[in-house]
Design a protein around this ligand. Structure first.
Ligand SMILES: [Zn+2]
Length: 141
C-alpha cells in the first residue's frame, strides 16, 4: 500500500506544475478579492459624502463580508496546504487512506486532500452533524 519509487500513482512533474500554477493563480485572486473588500471597508469608515445607503442593506453587506472573509481565510489555508503537499510530494495522496487522488478529481478541485471515497464518507458525517455548514462552500479552482 505504501507508495514506491517510480510509482505510476505518482504525478508527473508536468502535472504538478499545472496544479501549482492553478493554486498560485487561485491564491492571487483570493488575496486580490480580500484586499478589495478591506479597501471598501476603509472607505466606509472614513465616510463618503452623499452616500445614502439604507442601513439594513449596509448591515446585510457587512455581515456578508465578514462571512466572506472567514471563507477566504479557510480557502487560503487550503491552497497553502495544497502547495505544501506539492512540495512534499504528497499532493495526490489521500490524507485519510493514502490512496492516490485521481487527476480528474484534482483538476476539478485542486485543493482536494481526500480521495473520492473518503470525501463521500466525510460528507455523510457532515450531513449527520450539520455543524460546519459555512465550510461546505467548496472552492472550485
Ligand atoms: Zn481516501
Amino acid at each position: 500500500m505504501a507508495p514506491k519509487k517510480n510509482d505510476p500513482t505518482k504525478l508527473k512533474k508536468q502535472e504538478l506544475d499545472e496544479f501549482r500554477e492553478v493554486l498560485l493563480k487561485g491564491r492571487k485572486e483570493l488575496l486580490a478579492q480580500a484586499r478589495s473588500v478591506i479597501h471598501r471597508e476603509n472607505d466606509e469608515l472614513i465616510g463618503q459624502p452623499g452616500d445614502e445607503v439604507d442601513q439594513s442593506t449596509a448591515e446585510y453587506e457587512q455581515a456578508f463580508e465578514y462571512r466572506l472573509r472567514d471563507r477566504e481565510k479557510y480557502l487560503l489555508k487550503k491552497i497553502n496546504k495544497a502547495l505544501k503537499r506539492i512540495d512534499e510530494g504528497t499532493y495526490n495522496e489521500c490524507e485519510q487512506c493514502s490512496a492516490p487522488i485521481g487527476v480528474p478529481r484534482l483538476r476539478a478541485r485542486a485543493v482536494a486532500t481526500l480521495c473520492i471515497e473518503c470525501k463521500e464518507e466525510q460528507e455523510n458525517d457532515e450531513k449527520k452533524y450539520q455543524k460546519r455548514r459555512a465550510y461546505k462552500l467548496d472552492f472550485e479552482l
